[in-house]
Design a protein around this ligand. Sequence first.
Ligand code: NAD
Ligand code: ZN
Ligand code: ZN
Length: 340
Amino acid sequence: MSVIGLGAVAREFRKPLSLEQVDFADPKDGEVLVQIRATGVCHTDIHAIDGDWPVKAMLPFIPGHEGVGVVAKTGRLVRGVKEGDRVGLPWLRATCGECEWCLMGWESLCPRASYGGYSANGSFAEYALAPAAYVGHIPACLSDAEAAPILCAGLTSWKALKETEATAGQWVAISGVGGLGQLAIQYAVHMGLHVIAVDIDPQKLWRAKDLGAEITLDAKEQDVAQLVQSQVGGAHGVVVTAVSATAFHQAIGMTRRKGTCVFVGLPPGDFPAPIFDVVMKGLTIRGSLVGTREDLHEALALCAETTIRSPITTQPLLTVNDALDRLRAGQAEGRIVLTM
Ligand code: NAD
Ligand code: ZN
Ligand code: ZN
């Protein structure tokens, strides 16, 4: 028997989500039906709803990929998860398990992957279906709302920091101190890295200081590339979570000789990369997309063992359109987490 519950459905791009009663089917083989209790709002949800990217989500769909809830039903052939377990539904909803990238431990790059809240219905709803093998297992000491942002913002920033290859005692610059950046700063401090935080919003920079950034720079008011080079000789690692193409150009300028600049933010468009600087400084520029199930396990475990937490504000699912408007306008202070 299917269950009926509230869901926030994208029916047209760039329009408010429609709050509807949705029929959630029984889980198929290998799937679980999760009763969602909390779900973070990621800037990716806005790109999805606005149809920002070359490959668009298929309308209609339910966005959301930071859902935390309790398993309400299990399909046949489900292992490792049972009714009543608390689980998280990440962006990487399923992969093929057979391709070159799945086999070499890079399942997050699987070309046949499906994405929760994009190519399949996500967690802006009272229920969501997910393949049991891909759900995250939530440590008991994290509340639903604390765990939700780790499913994407935490996982993605943890993986991106590893991808910078920066080691303890080195400098890392985090460009964009929103949902992802605020967690990236804390993971970086935990890794023993010195942190430079860059944003265009002075309030975000104050928060960055509180979270452990030693240097904060305003990309609107200051020449951030010149300052990072003159103050620390360039950052060994740079992680760009900013939702602005300009920030990507600046990030290359902040990178130290032989350093690595990791692109995470996904604003639409292109930017000019200075060929001369990339060659002469031996820079590595790489993209980073969420992370594997193992990366997620690490990101959650680190939160459970430390005080790393996303600063959150909670509000009911019914106010999802208000949450999206505030995030779009850059007015969300920390991660907004919708509760049911
Ligand atoms: P957010 O809106 O919470 O944060 C974005 C931050 O960027 C804000 O603090 C904003 O003030 C800042 N910013 C804007 N312009 C800037 C500039 N020129 N320089 C420095 N900072 C600037 O968004 P979020 O949820 O943290 O997501 C950030 C981006 O990361 C989005 O594009 C999202 O789609 C993307 N994302 C990518 C992945 C991935 O796997 N690669 C995963 C999650 C999110
Ligand atoms: Zn996300
Ligand atoms: Zn694959």
